[in-house]
Design a protein around this ligand. Structure first.
Ligand code: IPM
Ligand code: MG
Length: 363
């Protein structure tokens, strides 16, 4: 083992459903990377979501948020499940997730949908549509929009009704737009901003501000698309996209769509950063309660989230690549979890997939 030069403090929030089992594999991989690349990792576990409700009545206990704030990065599994479905919105497991995102101020959610070549057959899209190097980055604004605007049940014209408020403040649009252009500069220099400016005032405002910010980035091409058209373009010509920047709600929807074209939503990692570069890392897939605890889940999105942590939070690009290469090799050798399996795959459980990646990490 190399001598340890640095120790990173990581708060681990396994959460509900398949969260704990995929996070266990991700931690195994991170331990191996730390050993190979010579750094230390200290883990502190805490509760979020349903398990936190069961233990404390609160989906985001104050201690959990405090612990996260004192760490170098946060690794989160998933929250939610049928057991908690009937609770009011602000008491549900999802409230814990939204609470931690806003509590940490992680407004910039990077969801990279990249195709691993061995998974081309797992994609629902035809080969000729996927092309060769599909690599879309959905940059989703994560702490504003209808997710955080005022919501209410009330009575309107004598009729019971409900509303949610879609709202963006100028600085929120500016900072995500700026980040989109900065990010595109390091990629293919194309930004597609997605909105619904033909109907929504908030989207007209979004479009104006993105256009204004674009003036500082004349080297980056900017295109605006309505969200319905964007949803269609992603399945008919995904190769046209580089960075897609959009609000919280549209980003939620489009990132699931973009994830699926890479073979399975079980492949999509994410990084959420705040203005100081602090990061929360989580797989995009959610808690999948139907397969929880059966060793069937795909841990690769959680494992790839660790790769994002290494790159974004610890600036260890080589270590991040070691994780991605290990994943690629496992897939090239024909191993797959159930969600990825085609007729020729050798199907592995969650645990075995984690081991397969660990054994292929090389420095
Ligand atoms: C996601 C999820 C969450 C969201 C849910 C679980 C609240 O769908 O991370 O994409 O809507 O942001
Ligand atoms: Mg989602």
């Amino acid at each position: 083992m190399n001598s340890v030069t640095n120790t990173y403090k990581i708060t681990v929030l396994p959460g509900d459903g398949i969260g704990p089992e995929v996070i266990k594999q991700a931690v195994k991989v991170l331990d191996k990377v730390a050993e190979v690349f010579g750094f230390g990792v200290e883990y502190n576990y805490a509760d979020i979501g349903g398990i936190a409700i069961d233990k404390t009545g609160d989906p985001l206990p104050a201690e959990t948020l405090e612990l996260c704030k004192k760490s170098d990065a946060v690794l989160l599994g998933a929250v939610g499940g049928p057991k908690w479905d009937d609770l009011p919105l602000n008491k549900r497991p999802e409230a814990g997730l939204l609470g931690i995102r806003s509590g940490l101020g992680v407004f910039a959610n990077f969801r990279p949908a990249k195709i691993f070549p061995p998974l081309k057959n797992s994609s629902p899209l035809k080969d000729r549509i996927i092309g060769d190097n599909l690599d879309i980055l959905v940059l989703r604004e994560l702490t504003g929009d209808v997710y955080f605007g005022e919501k209410k049940r009330t009575v309107y014209d004598g009729e019971p009704c409900a509303y949610d408020t879609m709202i963006y403040r100028k600085f929120e649009i500016e900072r995500i737009a700026r980040l989109a252009f900065e990010t595109a500069r390091k990629r293919k220099k194309k930004v597609t901003s997605v909105d619904k400016a033909n109907v929504l005032e908030v989207s007209r405002f979004w479009r104006e501000i993105v256009t204004e910010v674009a003036k500082d980035y004349p080297d980056v091409e900017l295109k605006h698309l309505y969200v319905d058209n964007a949803a269609m373009q992603i399945v008919i010509n995904p190769g046209q996209f580089d960075v897609i920047v959009t609000g919280n709600l549209f980003g939620d929807i489009l990132s699931d769509e973009a994830a699926m074209i890479t073979g399975s939503i079980g492949m999509l990692p994410s990084a959420s950063l705040n203005s100081k570069g602090f990061g929360l890392y989580e797989p995009v897939h959610g808690s999948a309660p139907d397969i929880a605890g059966q060793n069937k889940a795909n841990p690769l999105a959680a494992i790839l989230s660790v790769a994002m942590m290494l790159e974004y939070s610890f600036n260890m690009k080589k270590a991040a690549e070691a994780v991605e290469n290990a994943v690629l090799r496992v897939l090239q050798e024909g191993y797959a979890t159930r969600d990825l399996a085609t007729e020729n795959s050798e199907v592995l459980g969650c645990e075995e997939m984690g081991d397969a990646v660990v054994s292929r990490i090389i420095g």
